[in-house]
Design a protein around this ligand. Structure first.
Ligand code: BGC
Length: 843
């Protein structure tokens, strides 16, 4: 890809050509204008890796730990490396533009996509996103920071009006984007789906034009979220350069008409086209060819970095009597639905087909010397929809054949009298398929049909429950007997980004060793009976076939507790999964699924040395918290999930993750509790700037896991705090925080020095303290290090002054509090002074 002379090309383009640059051509590509040397660009999700250009039947990819996990590393150098690897992955997938990082705010623990964003704190989120962006863009791949701004819930995401004060907008929601622009300059922004204070962000001139472009001085391209463009002239005039995906709904000929009638002035159209051409030019640096095939970068270096990232994100929350690290030579019992499954990723557009994904069982197995000393009990189920059946089914009647299902697409329904001609045949690895970007030319209309077949030879007898979620319509047969009808009656569910039905289920008895023929008759999206508001209708359709043995939960809990009683070491792999945390729906409560709390309580009572490994992207209630000896928060760790968990369990790494979120004890403690769904079309950000720890600290509400908290297998002592201020102009001055960190334990490790600031006598009420900077530092056992944290004075001191419509840095005293992750000691304290009150805007 050669660079172009943007102004020259712009001057030569026809109106139609300019307009063509402003919308995608398909789900993932922008338009090319070959005669002017303008190539098409490929975009790809994002944010925890690079999925490639197929949601349906995708190419395997490196799945990184989820956003909250990356935030929990608090390691800026490591996130830079992560970004570089994402850039290389993007190149392997032939993508010029990565749709990430994501830095919306976890106002509530219930956010369906909370796991994708970095932190509840704008500074941790902003600095983290800047490192990722710098890494991604160092490879020539452009980063797209998203979703700008206040897309902090899934409920009615396209329709909801987020009502936010200017102060909260600036101090909490806008600030991470501002920091990312200041420190890394992402080439693209993706707009949020929702309205902000009455206007959809994608057509909000104040937000896109006045704040982002004029105030921050940012020059780059702004794209809509997928189907998040809602107007023609208003969006273009407001600053939205690119409508995604294509083909266009709002631009094309319609836009031409509006230009000729000057509803959209030519100079505005030129500005939009220029922004796109600048991105095209910039992306030439990636070296990605326009028609490059999607490939893999599944190499040992990728695995090593993913393992390091997942490992460094793990937060040791509890370690009574030093139950951890475990011993490799002792016997070990793993309990729980997440033990033998790799819960590597949340659900929705960030999910991807991983190169491989290691389960905790496999991670532990790779370390213990005598494998016969490992035991397993499922203990309980944790699924919301029945688990995918892909790894139990075979594509043919031969039980030795490939695992998966055989998919055949047709133009005619199965009821047709004619012989049907198969338009497409694919062996699927997954029993979940979403056809949003499926484009088979032989399928003539949007209404098409598929027969999906598989064979199941159970290794036990009993009652088996099948489940079917549908976006479209479907009937599931076993040996030609109808087991699930998800066509006649459909109820709006949460799968397929909220477009799908509730899972319909059917139970049948199965015999061990007998081979059953399972068949789904599917028809595409137009046959769906569902029609919810505020949902992105992705089109295409989808199906999800699940299944599990019908088990008596009391029995399996009792069995797990019985085994735990005599076990030398017990680990429960608990948590949520992509059913519970995903795009298109928020959680309805903060509880673990079904009987999981009962399981943990029963096992901990049977064996007080029980360790829980929790895998969630956002907080859950943990009523048994004080009953278990150990607790590791392991997030969704990507491909290397199981290996990283095993590294932490056995002490092959010294836990160095610090929580990127506060974990309230119950959802009612959360400040957004009253205001976390669309009510009458709006959501009030009633907690204002008191998001996360800013609230819990203000009202002295004890939380289960504080923001920034995390233990290690070592102990730490901070001392000798020095706070200085550079001389000269205060608006460009820096606060310099220096502290001694001693590793007082017996293991080498890493600690995070966290710098919080509190203004002594502000003119308005401010949070008790706010994170302003941090440093992660590796220190050998018994040794000392002296990290320095530098923060711009104006960022350390200012709040948003709504009367002057600017940041205000007030003259006066500011307390600096420095803590480590363990909170075992009171903060070290010092102060700095601002001499003169000043107002500022911009970066
Ligand atoms: C999501 C975006 C994503 C896009 C493309 C949307 O549903 O909100 O984050 O990048 O789809 O998959």
């Amino acid at each position: 890809m050669a660079t172009i002379d943007v102004e020259k090309v712009l001057s030569q383009l026809t109106l139609d050509e300019k307009i063509s640059l402003l919308a995608g051509t398909d789900f993932w590509h922008t338009a090319a204008i070959p005669k002017h040397g303008v190539p098409a660009l490929r975009t790809s999700d994002g944010p925890n890796g690079v999925r490639g250009t197929r949601v349906f039947n995708g190419v395997p990819a490196a799945c990184f730990p989820c956003g909250t996990a990356l935030g929990a590393t608090w390691n800026q150098e490591l996130l830079l490396e992560a970004g570089k690897l994402m850039g290389e992955e993007a190149k392997a997938k032939g993508a010029h533009i990565l749709l990430g990082p994501c830095i919306n705010m976890q106002r509530s623990p219930l956010g369906g996509r909370g796991f994708e964003s970095i932190s509840e704190d704008p500074v941790l989120a902003g600095l983290g996103a800047a490192c990722l962006t710098n890494g991604i863009q160092s490879t020539g791949v452009a980063a797209t920071i998203k979703h700008f701004v206040t897309n902090d819930q899934e409920h009615e995401r396209t329709a909801v009006n987020s009502i936010v004060t200017e102060r909260a907008l600036r101090e909490i929601y806008f600030l991470p984007f501002q920091i990312a622009v200041r420190d890394s300059y992402p080439k693209l922004f993706m707009t949020a789906y929702n309205k902000l204070n009455g206007t959809h962000v994608s057509e909000n001139k104040r937000i896109l034009g006045d704040l982002l472009r004029d105030e921050l001085g940012w020059k780059g391209a702004i794209m809509s979220d997928w189907f998040g463009t809602y107007s023609t002239a208003q969006a273009i005039n407001a600053g939205l350069d690119l409508e995604m995906p294509g083909p266009t709904r709002w631009r094309g000929g319609l836009l031409g008409h509006l230009v000729s009638s000057r509803k959209v002035p030519m100079h505005i159209l030129d500005e939009r086209a220029r922004n796109m051409l600048e991105v095209v030019n910039w992306c030439a640096g990636s070296g990605v060819k326009e028609t490059q095939k999607e490939g893999k970068l599944d190499i040992p270096e990728t695995a090593a970095l993913l393992r390091k990232l997942a490992g460094e994100s793990i937060v040791l929350c509890r370690n009574e009597g030093d139950v951890l690290p475990l011993k490799k030579e002792k016997s070990i019992l793993l309990i729980g639905p997440n033990a033998k499954t790799s819960v590597f990723c949340g659900g929705g557009s960030s999910s991807m087909a991983p190169y491989y994904a290691v389960s905790p069982w496999e991670g532990v197995e790779a370390k213990v010397k005598d494998k016969s000393k490992m035991d397993f009990a499922i203990g309980c189920y944790s699924h919301k929809e029945l688990p995918l059946v892909s790894n139990q089914f075979n594509v043919s009647a031969d039980p030795g054949s490939k695992k998966g299902l055989l998919f055949r697409a047709y133009n005619e329904p199965p009821s047709t009298q004619k012989e049907r001609e198969c338009a497409d045949e694919i062996e699927l690895d997954s029993s979940l398929a979403m056809f949003m970007d499926y484009d088979e030319p032989k399928l003539k209309t949007k209404l098409w049909y598929a027969t999906v077949e598989a064979y199941f030879t159970p290794d036990r007898s009993g009652e088996y429950e099948f489940g079917l979620c549908i976006y479209g319509a479907g009937h599931l047969y076993v040996d030609d007997n109808l087991v699930v009808d998800n066509a006649t009656k459909q109820t709006q569910g949460t799968v397929f980004y909220g477009c799908g039905s509730v899972e319909e289920k059917g139970i049948i008895p199965l015999e061990k060793g007998k081979t059953y023929h399972v068949r789904l008759e599917f028809s595409s999206a137009p046959t769906s009976k569902l029609d919810g508001d505020g949902i992105v209708r992705f089109g295409g359709g989808g199906f999800r076939i699940g299944g599990a043995w019908v088990l008596d939960m009391d029995d399996i809990i009792a069995e797990a507790a019985r085994l735990a009683r005599d076990a030398e070491q017990v680990v429960i792999c608990a948590g949520l999964n992509s059913d519970w945390e995903g795009e298109g729906a928020d959680r309805v409560d903060m509880k673990l699924p079904f009987r999981m709390d009962d399981l943990i309580t029963a096992v901990a009572e049977a064996n007080p040395k029980t360790v829980v490994v929790m895998q969630t992207g956002t907080p859950v209630e943990m009523p048994w918290y004080n009953k278990v000896a150990g607790l590791l928060q392991a997030w969704y760790g990507g491909n290397e999930t199981g290996n990283a968990i095993a590294d932490a369990l056995f002490g092959d790494l010294n836990p160095a993750g610090r929580s990127s979120l506060s974990w309230p004890k119950q959802v009612e403690d959360n400040p957004a509790f009253y205001n976390y769904r669309s009510e009458g079309g709006r959501v009030l950000y009633g907690e204002d700037v008191y998001v996360g720890y800013r609230h819990y600290e203000a009202v002295k509400r004890e939380v289960a896991i504080p923001f920034g908290f995390g233990l290690s297998y070592s102990t730490w002592k901070l001392s000798d705090l020095h706070v200085g201020k550079s001389s000269g102009e205060e608006l460009s001055a820096k606060v310099e925080v220096k502290v001694q960190v001693k590793n007082t334990g017996k293991s080498d490790g890493q600690e995070v020095v966290q710098v919080y600031v509190h203004q002594r006598a502000p003119s308005i009420r401010r949070p008790r303290r706010e994170l302003k900077g941090f440093a992660k530092i590796a220190v050998k056992a018994g040794e000392t290090a002296t990290p320095t944290v530098e923060v711009l004075l104006k960022y350390a001191a200012s709040y948003w002054d709504e009367i002057r419509d600017a940041w205000i840095m007030e003259a006066g005293e500011y307390d600096v509090e420095v803590v480590d992750g363990s909170a075992r000691q009171d903060p070290l304290r010092s102060t700095f002074t601002v001499d003169k009150t000043m107002w500022w805007k911009g970066l």
